[in-house]
Each structure stands twice: as structure tokens, then as C-alpha cells.
Design a protein around this ligand. Structure first.
Ligand code: FE
Length: 191
């Protein structure tokens, strides 16, 4: 049954990436990469259950009414309901312009274009976060998997997941939904 639900392909690093072929695709890596990831990345994480984002520790909060007005349905689903956009569909996946990626909900700066790379996964990928204090990591056991979820520390919005199969110099791969990001083009000197 597993074979019917998932298909496999090889990522930029020739490591196994398993993608769901159902409408919801998962941003996951091979079990080997995953367990390596869980071994180190989990030392700085908190546990959460599945369900909607619950930013109890968030510095800023927005009403559902406001967010439904100013976000697209996909942006709302991803950031507030821990959704995942379909692979290869996000408008920022292949963006190679110079600039800063901020949280689409609260505007907090999260990633730099300098740290973006083509992972082949179908989602924007970064090997480093702009400021480690800007994000939080959580154990995510949804969909029968154990992954490390990444959220915006300021507003609690779901961003994506982080894995330990990224390139040098960090070895990290922040697999982030386009729908959770806003891109602002900058000059190289402004980064
Ligand atoms: Fe935010």
C-alpha cells in the first residue's frame, strides 16, 4: 500500500526524497537523513501535536478574521493550519533574485537569498536562517512521520520543516513553503 501512495525520486544530492502523489505532498527526506536530523536537530526543539498553529508563546497575534482577509486561502492554510503547498507550485521555489524572505503574516525577516539553494524538492530551500532567534523548532509527528517543524517565533506561523541533509557549510535544509514567505528584492549591499 505504501508503494501505491508514495513514489520516490532522487534529490539534488542523490538522496532519496519521497513525495506523496496525493493532493497533499510531503516535504520529507529519506529515513536515514531523517534520523540523523532527529538526532541533532531535536536538541533545540519543543514538542507539538498536530492541528492548527497555536502561537501561545508568540509575540504578536492576529485575529482569524484579519488573516482570512489579507492572506490568500493557501497562505492561511499553510501558516495557520500547518498546511503544505504542492511541490513545484510555490511562486518562490525558483526565485533567484537577491533579497530577503520575510514571514508573510508578521513581516519578520527570516531568510536571505544568499542562503537559498536548489534542493530539487520542489519547495524553497535554505541552508541557513537569517537569524536563529527568528524561528522555533518543534517535533512534528503528524502524518505518521517524525519531522522537525519550523515556525516563525514572532507570530507562531507554520513555515515548513528542517532536515540535516543540506549542503555546506551548515548541512541544514530548511524546506519552506512559498505561501509562508514574502520576498523583498534588495541590493546585495542591503543584505
Ligand atoms: Fe511571523
Amino acid at each position: 500500500m505504501f508503494a501505491k501512495v508514495f513514489r520516490a525520486s532522487f534529490s539534488w544530492s542523490s538522496r532519496l526524497i519521497i513525495r506523496s502523489v496525493s493532493p497533499t505532498r510531503y516535504c520529507i527526506s529519506s529515513n536515514r537523513s531523517f534520523f540523523v536530523s532527529m538526532g541533532s536537530a531535536m536538541s533545540n526543539t519543543t514538542s507539538t501535536s498536530t492541528g492548527t498553529t497555536a502561537p501561545s508563546s508568540a509575540e504578536v497575534k492576529f485575529s482569524e478574521e484579519e488573516l482570512r482577509k489579507r492572506l490568500t486561502p493557501m497562505q492561511y492554510h499553510v501558516t495557520q493550519e500547518k498546511g503544505t503547498e504542492r511541490a513545484f507550485t510555490g511562486e518562490l521555489t525558483y526565485n533567484k533574485n537577491t533579497g530577503i524572505y520575510s514571514c508573510v503574516v508578521c513581516g519578520e525577516n527570516l531568510f536571505k537569498s544568499d542562503h537559498k539553494f536548489d534542493s530539487g524538492s520542489g519547495w524553497p530551500s535554505f541552508y541557513e536562517v537569517m537569524n536563529s532567534e527568528a524561528v522555533q523548532k518543534h517535533t512534528d509527528t503528524s502524518h505518521g512521520m517524525k519531522r522537525v517543524e519550523v515556525t516563525c517565533k514572532k507570530c507562531g506561523s507554520h513555515l515548513g520543516h528542517v532536515f540535516d541533509d543540506g549542503p555546506n557549510p551548515t548541512g541544514q535544509r530548511y524546506c519552506i513553503n512559498s505561501a509562508s514567505l514574502k520576498f523583498d528584492e534588495k541590493k546585495k549591499s542591503e543584505l
